[in-house]
Design a protein. Structure first.
Lengths: 185, 527
């Protein structure tokens, strides 16, 4: 270190250039890291179970049904700003036992004169219940395309894992509908 | 530097070139430092005018002077210009001037890159400011530019904003690399790391923070650019993205950024207080370790800006406790400054007054920060004027007073003249009174529930808002005293000695005043 800076001529030496090069590489790597954060946040939240998101389709397995307790499940639908569809849950609230498979239907109608693509984004409250929600079928897994004036009944088939913590008595499943025209597949 | 001196050998050792091209082509750390400081002063006044427009509108409830759309542009531009245009370049300017002088180096290690990193800035801010005159208007989504406000609902000028941020980011990264390379390679013989002055140490750590997080900022604005123009959906839930992701990535940059804006000020104050207390700094090594701890902790506290977005309980607790931990190294620093003064032979020249105000008022800002770190309480404080009061207390009497203290402290070394002490004290007292009248009432209206970033407010907040506006105008116009004093000192004044201040110690006080154009061509030996 000190030997290198004994003369100002050492400015042209390779050591400053090496330091600078390492720092440039570090900066470029951090630019990449910024993008890597996008999947990393998901991975981290999945590992720690703090995601609050429900998993994609699961295989239907017949499982132990905990008839000793009954959970109230509420369904909430919201339209994102500017989304003109009618969108509602056909049952607002159901009672179910953990482990039992249940089907709930939702209704969507495109009242406009144009064909449109919608995407529902799910959310579960309390968020600690999210990892216990098992869905075999959900309209939120795919984009929904509705022609002008077309309406559709959309199913959700799910159960609650019997391991659901005992203090959870009520689960709210919320769906927000977005205009996904810009992202139509 | 060798290449630079070789090509300029004909005049290299006699002084600067003549005319405007001296400033365009210069690779001299003192010239570049001066340009950085004047640029940031110009931006301080520009951002200050915007703040005064905001305060003038808030003088009374109801809309009096400007339209709400323009109000949003003013708050956004005020924040962006003060953070990226005033505070950060001022610190880089001070580093350019003082780091080589403090470690006994002949210049910065990468002088040509130094020139480039400065000259990018006027173009970056030119591009940002020019959006004010476009039909779409300037960015209006707040300096934190949360998606989807800054993507789906952004004015078309957002693209200029993105490129402006890219350019100022590149400038900051190059400046930081230059500072690290200089400190690691150009220290005079005997100047070991643990003998470096604290201003050098704090900048060394700050530069690492810059290299680590400015690229993440570049990444997040690039994602915005792709969402806006190339159909990706990083932040758009309709396409599978997540607007909360924006806040996570932004604050991963944003929290280290707030330490980037305060650590060099810690360094400046740690130079000034020992000089005017005529005692060595108390707890030098603990200062270095405290600064490093703050820098490390800054990477794991970002979500305390997001307590109300719906984080799970464990996450709230983690970020709450991690944030509170920062109070420990910060407390060590405040303790050391106070202990340095304890039983010292103190005198109260202008730099010392600003440094003392820094210690007191920054601590107030630190305490309100501690209040905000309490997650359950933050639900009440979030997005209110309490937050505005908090971060202005750490940034104005914190970062800005630190910079002003440094300018007063080193001004005789730069210009060769003492400034007018009475005028300096007048500037200090006007600033000190103005800053407190402006920001202290904001604590109260914030706790009472006045939201930030809204151009109108309920009647019960009227009195405190009127007081804050009066304070803002006192503070703003006091900076013209500073401008007058600077010009007066550059043009003449009492001749400064080499040591300048009776109690000053360090290599920068061994060279003549004003500092010659080239210094330490022969490295000094540090015992």
């Amino acid at each position: 270190m000190n030997s290198n800076s004994s003369k100002p001529d050492d400015l042209s030496g390779s050591k400053p250039k090496n330091t600078a090069l390492k720092l440039v590489i570090a900066a470029v790597a951090m630019f990449g890291f910024g993008f890597a954060l996008v999947p990393l946040y998901d991975v981290f939240c999945e590992l720690t179970g703090i995601n609050g998101k429900t998993a994609g389709p699961v295989e239907r397995v017949e499982q132990w049904v905990d008839t000793s307790r009954t959970i109230t499940v509420q369904f909430i639908t919201t339209n994102n700003a500017g989304m003109p569809w009618e969108f509602e849950a056909l049952q607002e609230e159901i009672e179910m036992h953990p482990g039992a498979w249940t089907q709930v239907n939702f209704w969507a109608l495109n009242p406009t004169a144009n064909d449109m693509v919608g995407q529902a984004v799910p959310s579960v409250s309390p968020s600690e219940a999210a990892e216990y929600v098992q869905k075999t079928e959900c309209f939120c897994f795919d984009q929904q395309t509705l022609k002008a004036g077309e309406g559709r009944k959309m199913p959700l088939i799910f159960s609650l894992d019997p391991e659901l913590p005992a203090h959870v008595k009520k689960v709210t499943m919320s769906y927000t509908l977005f205009d996904a025209g810009a992202f139509a597949k | 530097m060798t290449t630079a001196t070789a090509s300029h050998d004909d005049h290299g050792h006699h002084g600067p070139a003549k005319g405007i091209m001296r400033w365009v082509l210069t690779t001299n750390h003192k010239d570049i430092g001066t340009m950085y400081l004047w640029f940031s002063f110009a931006m301080l006044l520009t951002g200050g005018v915007m703040a005064l427009i905001v305060r003038a509108e808030l003088f009374q409830p109801g809309m009096q002077l400007i339209r709400p759309e323009f109000y949003n542009q003013m708050t956004t531009m005020h924040g962006l210009i003060m953070v990226f245009g005033a505070i950060m370049p001022a610190f880089v300017g001070l580093a350019n001037w003082m780091v080589p002088l403090m470690i006994g180096a002949p210049d910065m290690a990468l002088p040509r890159m130094n020139n480039w990193s400065f000259w990018i800035l006027p173009f970056a801010f030119g591009m940002l400011l020019f959006t004010l005159f476009t039909e779409a208007g300037a960015p209006n989504f707040g300096w934190t530019f949360y998606a989807p406000l800054s993507t789906t609902y952004a004015p078309s000028s957002v693209t200029y904003f993105i490129f402006g941020v890219h350019m100022m980011g590149i400038s900051s990264i190059m400046g930081a690399i230059n500072i690290i390379v200089t400190i690691l390679n150009l220290r005079a013989p005997g100047m070991t790391l643990m003998k470096m002055p604290l201003f050098v140490w704090t900048w060394f750590i700050t530069a690492y923070l810059l290299v680590a997080v400015m690229p993440v900022l570049a990444g997040v604005v690039t994602m915005m650019l792709m969402d806006i123009h190339y159909g990706t959906a990083f932040f758009d839930a309709a396409g599978g993205g997540d607007p909360v992701l924006f806040q996570h990535v932004f604050w991963f940059f944003g929290h280290p950024e707030v330490y980037i804006m305060i650590l060099p000020a810690f360094g400046i104050v740690s130079q000034i207080i020992p000089t005017f207390a005529r005692k060595p700094l108390f707890g030098y090594a603990s200062m270095v370790y405290a600064t490093s701890s703050i820098a490390f902790l800054s990477f794991i506290v970002w979500a305390h800006h997001m307590f109300t977005v719906g984080l799970p309980l464990q996450t709230e607790l983690f970020f709450m406790y991690a944030t509170m931990l920062i109070a420990i190294p910060t407390g060590v620093k405040v303790f050391n400054w106070v202990s340095t003064m304890f039983r010292g032979s103190m005198t109260f020249e202008t730099p010392m007054l600003f440094a003392l105000a820094f210690v007191v008022l920054f601590t107030i800002g630190g305490f309100s920060g501690l209040m905000l770190s309490i997650a359950p309480a933050d639900f009440q404080y979030h997005d209110t004027y309490f937050v505005v009061a908090h971060f202005h207390y750490v940034l104005v009497p914190g970062a800005l007073f630190g910079i002003i203290a440094g300018v007063y402290y080193w001004l005789p070394k730069w210009t060769g003249h003492y400034y007018n002490e009475n005028l300096g004290k007048f500037h200090f007292w006007m600033s000190f009174i103005g800053v407190n009248i402006t920001f202290f009432p904001m604590h109260f209206i914030g706790l009472a529930g006045m939201p930030r970033r809204i151009p109108d407010y309920a009647l019960q907040f009227a009195d405190f808002n009127a007081i804050a506006t009066v304070g803002a105008f006192i503070f703003g116009f006091s900076q013209l005293i500073f401008l007058f004093l600077l010009i007066k000192t550059i043009r003449g004044g009492e001749k400064a000695t080499d040591q300048v201040w009776e109690g000053a110690e360090g290599l920068e006080w061994t060279i003549p005043s004003p500092a010659p154009y080239h210094t330490f061509a022969e490295p000094p030996h540090v015992k």
